[in-house]
Design a binder for this molecule. Structure first.
Ligand SMILES: N[C@@H](CCC(=O)N[C@@H](CS)C(=O)NCC(=O)O)C(=O)O
Length: 241
């Protein structure tokens, strides 16, 4: 049995989607990020970085894994699923996984901070992170023009990138002009395991919605942004983890 420590974010959903795809039994422990549960000592013993997601594999002497990319690799190796066995195929999956971990995730994350959560609007920072996100989206779109999935068959690389790209509206980056990326986003959205994984735990706010929402949805968005903003500010004042 695996214990999953998570929250309703793209990094968290990557792992719950992979666990559902692999049909691995797991127990979800939802951490309240706004209460800083992820900085408590018991959790730092699992993930010294004080962030979700993390897993503990009870069947492997309580082996703990943190960093969502490392968790996906661990689960793929444990099950032999969603990652090819031969060296070049594994490398292709790892390349697109790292593309997400080092590019899509950090750039969309910073676009969210400056576009949604930061108390001041610093337009050059918003432009920088949204622009870089769009550039990375174009790289994906171009690749997906001639590939059904990112690296051979559907893999952990698709899960990792998809969990972020699907929330592009929250980062304020459109994908209307990227038809291959849109085709891939829609195809993965249809997978039953993906739909189950997105409910572990469910999002308070649907981050996929377009910004031109009805007034009530805009209000929910602002409430959600406010809550995350306080977490971002708390993180800035926190000298430790
Ligand atoms: N590189 C890490 C990033 C983890 C991360 O930033 N997690 C966020 C949620 S998506 C978090 O725990 N934030 C709470 C905090 O910053 O205290 C991973 O991929 O696992």
């Amino acid at each position: 049995m695996i214990d999953l420590y998570s929250a309703a974010t793209p990094n968290g959903h990557k792992v719950s989607i992979a666990l559902e795809e692999m049909k691995l039994p797991y127990t979800l422990h939802t951490l309240d990020l706004q209460q800083n549960t992820q900085k408590e000592d018991w959790f730092l013993a699992i993930n010294p970085n004080g962030r979700i997601p993390a897993i503990v594999d009870r069947a492997e002497d309580n082996f703990a894994v943190f960093e969502s990319g490392a968790i996906l690799l661990y689960l793929a190796e444990k099950t032999g699923l969603l990652m090819p066995a031969e060296r070049k195929g594994r490398s292709r999956v790892t390349q697109w996984l790292m593309f997400q971990m080092g590019g899509i995730g950090p750039m969309m994350g910073q676009a969210n901070v400056f576009f949604r959560y930061f108390p001041e609007k610093i337009q050059p920072a918003i432009d920088r992170y949204q622009g870089e996100t769009k550039r990375l989206f174009r790289v994906l779109d171009k690749h997906l023009e001639s590939h059904e999935y990112l690296a051979g068959d559907y893999s952990i690389a698709d899960i990792a990138n998809w969990a972020w790209v699907r929330t592009h509206n929250w980062s304020g980056v459109a994908i209307d002009d990227l038809p291959h990326l849109r085709r891939w986003v829609e195809a993965i959205r249809q997978r039953p395991a993906v739909q189950l994984g997105l409910l572990q735990p469910p999002s308070e706010r649907d981050l996929t919605r377009a910004s031109a929402d009805a007034a009530d949805a805009a209000e929910t968005a602002e409430r959600y942004a406010k809550a995350v903003r306080s977490m971002v500010e708390m993180g800035q004042s926190n000298k430790q983890t």
